[in-house]
Design a protein around this ligand. Structure first.
Ligand SMILES: Nc1ncnc2c1ncn2[C@@H]1O[C@H](COP(=O)(O)OP(=O)(O)OP(=O)(O)O)[C@@H](O)[C@H]1O
Length: 661
């Protein structure tokens, strides 16, 4: 069970009030709402769009700009062949079971998770133990869940349930089926038995063009476009390794049961990096030293296998040194991911990195860690960071023959003793006719051991027999007139290798939602007054301009301030409504607007204004240029409010209805 969620001020987090705020202020809203909506699809409103753009802006600066990554923008429609080759057509699936009587569909792992969690909660109720805040949510479910009541469980059963929950991502379909049998998990709504789990592919299928001949899918990740362009990107990078490409764009997954708002949706914004690295030499990273002292909370594979969730706090330098994290490049990105999350305002106490267990890893991954953020729904994977090895480049190269490799001049030429096969092409063609190329490829693919053995056959029998699937009976004889096999020394001046790929993959919607939960609190004097404490860098609107009243004298000042801020790229809104100043600020607390400028009669006299900090409600006073310079420093992240309040004189005028929190 995840620990209890508390707000920045240490109070219990209230999801219902945050969700109501997000709906009211149009951070996001169900798509096609007036048609009844479609689950797993959301539209972002003005503050939501601005917040997303600002998160992306910081992401671009933190990753793309900082490391000269090569950003690309590839198409979302992907032909069948590409995703067949990458393994997605066969393996990109979740486990689904069905109530044969009602037709209701369940995602098997989620169902097992929800039912066991609800039973543990029932057990706690029966034992009179404290119910965690996120477990409260299960109360609603329990009404539907007929086979779950406040029933005390056997101690051993309760421990077993907890162990299963800790490893819930690790089970395949068959294992989930066995768990459902063992724990008698049925349709919670009617107690009907469910069908055993079957694989359900998560990709949205379509056909490209009017003839319907070209099957395709909406991409489930942005990675494939980056791999397919590898050779061109390497060329663009003047053959320099290592390098990274990056892409920001929508991905699509036909989730079996979208849930938890933005956390599991069917269309979402991804920001992905593919860092291409030489597999030899331990996958070092040139800037690893810059991050080696960053401390991370790591939950390793072995701890999870033992059914526990104890994290280990350690520097990334140590984690790589001890082999807990496989290599420097993977470690470098784990640290950089954490630094990014902190920069946008994620609560440092609510981040951990969890290593994937062997079964859980995607079909391509060699090692994988997820950055998980604590939310009221528990720990949620928001960034995956996988070592995809050479998998993708290798399969695409094999399929297409495109040289998705790096060729580097060797410092010292490499001498290799090897068995070489020479073909007499003039005779080879007429003998094998249309099968010539296939037979040639089969000879080309012969291993060194086999070549050595075949050279003896050639001497002894005057011919060799090799396997060539698809030609004749699958065996082909090649007489000695057509082939020679000899041991020779080859000098290699160029080294050719397929790079490995380290892939940090960010789900922006999940980060967005976790950030909102981490930033949300309410003021002491009024529980209903929600505040979103986004850092100025990423807040949707940076400044609220508030004239004291609708007095005509204030109008030119409003215009001047607004224009000046726009000129320096600072988003602002004017609220010249008749509401009290306190009310106007409070409305903008809900939007997370970090700064407010008040225009009063003093402003008209001496061109000075007050600048208010959202979180402390402290105010300072200064001239137009001073105020704008302070705002720019805050918004660009060069300074914090504490620096500004030292720099500019405090303004003690009491804000109506607002006291310090
Ligand atoms: N359905 C979804 N809705 C929102 N974000 C998603 C969804 N699926 C994946 N993501 C985001 O994309 C990131 C990278 O995708 P990845 O393929 O690693 O996810 P995943 O392991 O399939 O996620 P999960 O196990 O939660 O389904 C995730 O860390 C997450 O932030």
């Amino acid at each position: 069970m995840a620990p209890e969620m508390t707000t920045l001020k240490g109070k219990a987090f209230d999801r219902a009030s945050l969700e109501s705020l997000m709906r009211r202020r149009m951070f996001y809203t169900p798509s096609f709402d007036i048609y009844g909506g479609v689950s797993g699809l959301y539209d972002y409103g003005p503050p939501g769009s601005a917040l997303t753009n600002n998160i992306i802006d910081v992401w671009r600066k933190h990753f793309v700009l900082r490391e000269n990554m090569l950003e690309v923008d590839c198409t979302m429609l992907t032909p069948h062949e590409v995703l067949k080759t990458s393994g997605h057509v066969d393996k990109f699936a979740d486990w689904m079971c069905k109530d044969p009587k009602t037709g209701e569909i369940f995602r098997a792992d989620h169902l097992v998770e929800e039912v066991l969690e609800a039973r543990i909660k029932g057990d706690k109720e029966a034992r009179g133990e404290k119910i965690e805040v996120e477990e409260e949510d299960l109360k609603k479910k329990k009404k539907k869940v007929k086979n779950i009541a406040a029933v005390k469980l056997d101690d051993a059963v309760r421990d077993e349930y907890k162990e299963v929950l800790n490893k819930i991502d690790n089970y395949n379909g068959e294992e989930l089926g066995l768990l459902m049998k063992k724990y008698d998990i049925r349709n919670p709504a009617n107690n009907n038995e469910l069908t055993p789990p079957v694989a359900f592919n998560l990709m949205f299928q379509t056909s490209i063009g009017p003839s319907s001949n070209l099957a395709g899918y909406l991409r489930p990740e942005t990675a494939q476009g980056q791999f397919l362009n590898f050779a061109k990107l390497l060329e663009f990078n003047q053959q320099q390794m290592p390098f990274a490409s990056a892409s920001i764009g929508k991905s699509f997954r036909n989730e079996i049961s979208p849930r938890q708002g933005l956390l599991r949706v069917r269309e979402f914004l991804m920001a992905e990096i593919e860092h291409f690295v030489d597999p030899e030499g331990g996958k070092k990273h040139p800037y690893f030293d810059e991050v080696k002292d960053v401390e991370l909370e790591l939950l390793n594979r072995d701890v999870q296998l033992s059914g526990k969730a104890d994290v280990e706090t350690t520097t990334i330098g140590k984690a790589v040194e001890t082999g807990l994290v496989d290599n420097e490049t993977l470690g470098y990105f784990l640290a950089r991911i954490q630094l990014f999350l902190l920069k946008i305002g994620i609560d440092p106490k609510k981040i951990r990195f969890r290593q994937h267990m062997a079964n859980e890893m995607a079909h391509y991954a060699a090692d994988c860690w997820d950055a998980e953020l604590l939310t009221s729904f528990g720990w949620i994977e928001c960034v995956g960071c996988a070592d995809r090895s050479a998998y993708d480049l290798t399969v695409h190269m094999k399929k297409t023959g495109a040289p998705l490799v790096v060729r580097e001049p060797r410092k010292e030429p490499l001498k290799i003793e090897e068995w070489q096969c020479d073909l007499d092409k003039k005779k080879f063609g007429p003998k094998f006719k249309k099968d010539g190329k296939t037979v040639e490829a089969a000879i080309e693919a012969l291993s060194q051991d086999l070549r050595e053995k075949l050279s003896l056959d050639l001497q002894k029998d005057g011919k060799i027999t090799i396997d060539v699937p698809g030609v004749g009976e699958g065996k082909v004889e090649v007489p000695k007139e057509l082939i020679t096999i000899e041991k020779r020394t080859r000098v290699e001046n160029v080294r050719e290798y397929t790079p490995n790929v380290i892939e940090p993959s960010f789900g922006i919607g999940r980060i967005f939602y976790a950030l909102c939960e981490h930033s949300y609190w309410s003021r002491e004097q009024d529980e209903a007054r929600g505040v979103l404490s986004f850092p100025p860098t990423i807040a949707p609107t940076k400044v609220l301009i508030v004239p004291l009243s609708s007095h005509a004298d204030f109008k030119p000042f409003v215009r001047k301030l607004s224009n000046k801020l726009q000129d320096i790229g600072v988003s602002n809104r004017v609220d010249d409504s008749g509401a009290s100043i306190g009310k106007r600020y409070s409305r903008n607390d809900e939007l997370g607007t970090p700064l407010g400028i008040t225009i009063d009669f003093q402003s008209v006299k001496d061109n000075t204004f007050t600048l208010r900090d959202r979180d402390s409600t402290e105010q300072v006073r200064g001239g137009l240029d001073e105020i704008c310079a302070a705002i720019s420093d805050l918004v660009e992240g060069r300074e914090k409010w504490a620096d500004i309040s030292k720099r500019l004189p405090k303004f003690e005028g009491q804000e109506e209805g607002v006291g310090p929190s």
